[in-house]
Ligand binder design. Structure first.
Ligand SMILES: NC(=O)CC[C@H](N)C(=O)O
Length: 327
């Protein structure tokens, strides 16, 4: 069955989600990265980006927060776009770990395999793959340029966050060197780790995350700038990775509840992709024990349920305007 929705229905759902969730007090800011502990816990914003380029935004959607693990998504797409989906599958993998994002045990259990670019190990490996190999500045330009293409606007590193992460990323150092031991780092390990740490420290707004998600949902074509950012065939590849591991050890619960491929970050952001339909995002710093924003999960779960966005559902949601424009 097809269910047509229009921009006004989405606006209403976003507003309702905001009202329903704004007083939610569960969770706690990440504190293993000192900067994140000090971000105001009451910040809350929701955004959706539609195929015609309209960005719906309610709450603190212009606040720049640390993108953190949501950055694993653009870098995974970039690596697939530069090489191929198959090569990323062979060199990194696409398996859910069912374990925390920074798990060393997952690498050992997967028999030397980073498993997926959407956990720390695979993300550091993906950073090592990004071309030009051996050129830190060139890699950084490729990554930030790619994120800007997806978001349709500029991004920059939050310096204080980058310093804070660099001073405390001992576990990630172990991951980078363990992967080097297994020949799963395809450039200098310290450089790959630095690129990873820097990409996690990029500041983004909920509006930018929603636009990034919409570009993925729209087959790599940014609905705001109309620029084709990556090969269309990579959209289902990245959406499947987000669906299988986007919430780490809570991924099954999330997917069961919402049916929405999405990716979280310990900065409090969540980016959700509704393939062929739209991008949604929410931001609120307090996290659950797996490192996923409590309020942002509630808000997006409400929107997904209300608009029938479940990709496993028997009712397929489509934008009415889009259909009319195509007719
Ligand atoms: N889940 C996350 O957002 C983790 C990102 C963080 N920079 C880390 O590597 O620990």
């Amino acid at each position: 069955m097809i269910q047509k929705i229009d921009n006004a229905t989405v606006r209403e759902a976003v507003q309702q989600a905001y009202e329903r969730c704004k007083n939610e007090t569960g969770g706690k800011n990440a504190d293993y990265i000192p900067y994140l502990a000090n971000v105001p816990s009451t910040l809350f914003g929701i955004a959706a980006c539609l195929p015609d380029g309209e960005v719906i935004a309610v709450g603190d959607t212009d606040y720049k927060f640390g993108i953190e693990s949501v950055s694993k998504v653009p870098t995974a797409i970039l690596a697939m776009n530069q090489y191929s989906a198959q090569e990323v599958l062979t060199k990194i993998g696409a398996d859910a770990t069912g374990l925390p994002f920074n798990s060393i045990m997952a690498i050992l259990l997967e028999n030397d395999h980073p498993s997926t670019p959407l956990v720390n190990a695979g993300a550091i490996s993906a950073c090592s793959m990004v071309q030009p190999v051996g050129d830190s500045d060139g890699k950084w330009k490729a990554i930030t340029g790619f994120i800007e293409g997806l978001a349709g606007s500029q991004v920059e590193v939050i310096d204080e966050l980058y310093k804070s992460e660099t001073a405390t990323n001992f576990n990630n150092k172990s991951i980078a060197w363990l992967l080097k031991n297994y020949n799963r780092i395809y450039d200098d390990p310290d450089m790959a780790l630095d690129i990873y740490t820097r990409q996690c420290s990029i500041g983004v707004t909920a509006k930018q995350l929603a636009t990034m998600a919409a570009t993925i949902a729209n087959g790599g074509k940014n609905p705001v700038t109309k620029q084709q950012v990556f090969k269309p065939e990579l959209s289902p590849k990245i959406a499947s990775m987000m669906a299988t591991v986007g919430f780490y050890e809570h991924t099954g619960d999330w997917l069961f509840t919402t049916g929405l491929p999405a990716k979280t970050g310990v900065g409090g952001g969540i980016m959700g992709v509704v393939p062929g339909v739209m991008g949604v995002a929410a931001f609120a710093p307090p996290l659950d024990e797996a490192g996923n924003s409590v309020k942002a999960q509630k808000a997006l779960a409400y929107i997904a349920g209300h608009l029938n966005l479940n990709i496993f559902g028997t009712t397929r949601c489509v934008m009415a305007e889009k259909e009319a424009a195509q007719a």
